[in-house]
Write a protein that binds this ligand. Sequence first.
Ligand SMILES: [Fe+2]
Ligand SMILES: [Fe+2]
Length: 226
Amino acid sequence: MNDSLTSGVEFNPNEPTQPEVEIDMEGGVSPYSPPDAYNPPSKEEEIAYEDMHPFLQEMMDEHNEYTKELNAFEATIAMIEGGKVDREIDERLRQFFAFLDDKVVTHNQEEEKYLFAAISKKMTDTGDHSKTDDSFNVIDILEDDHVKAIQMSAVSFNMFALFSRIPDEKSRFIILDVALNQAKELLELLKVHIFREDTIIFPYAQRNFTNEELTQIQQKTKGEKE
Ligand SMILES: [Fe+2]
Ligand SMILES: [Fe+2]
C-alpha cells in the first residue's frame, strides 16, 4: 500500500505553484488549546484569591509572573514574524528561555512533589477521576504538560540558535518556521495549563484539604528548597 501524502498527485511543471501558506496558529484548532479549554463543562464555582490558602496564593502569584513573561515572549514572536531579527530579539529570547529554565522548572517540580501527589491520591480515593480510565486523572494531564513544555522549549530554543548559524537562506527560514511554531504551541500549552491549575486544581485543593493539610504540603515543599 502506498500511503505517501502525494500518491496520485501528478506534478505539472507548467502549473503555477501554490503561494506559500502561512501557518496560522491563531485561527486553527491546536491540540494544546482545544476550543473548550477555557470553558470546561466541569468547572466548579470559583474561589476568590483572598480565600485561598497562602501556599496556593503563592503558586498563583508565580503564575501571574509567568503570564507576564509569556506575554513578552508572544510579543517577541510577533516581532520576529514582522521581520525583526536582531540583537534585541536575541536578548529577549535568551531572557525568556532562561526564565523557563530557572523559574518555571522549579515551580513545576514544587507542584508535582507534594501538591499534585496529594491531589491525585484524594481524587483516586474519592473517585474524582476520569470514568473511562480509572488510573487517569487531571493531574496526569498537568504532569504531562510539564514534560511537553520542557520538550517544546528545547526544540524551540535549539532551532532559534541554529537559525542564526545557518548561512543558506532557504534553510534558515525553514528552521525559523519550526522554531516559531514550537514557540507558539509552547505558549498555548502554558497558558491553558496555568488556567487549568488556577481554576480547577487549586480550587480543588482549597475545597478538599484542610488548612492544616495545605500548610503541611507547603512546609514539605518549601523545606526541600533550602
Ligand atoms: Fe503546572
Ligand atoms: Fe503551575
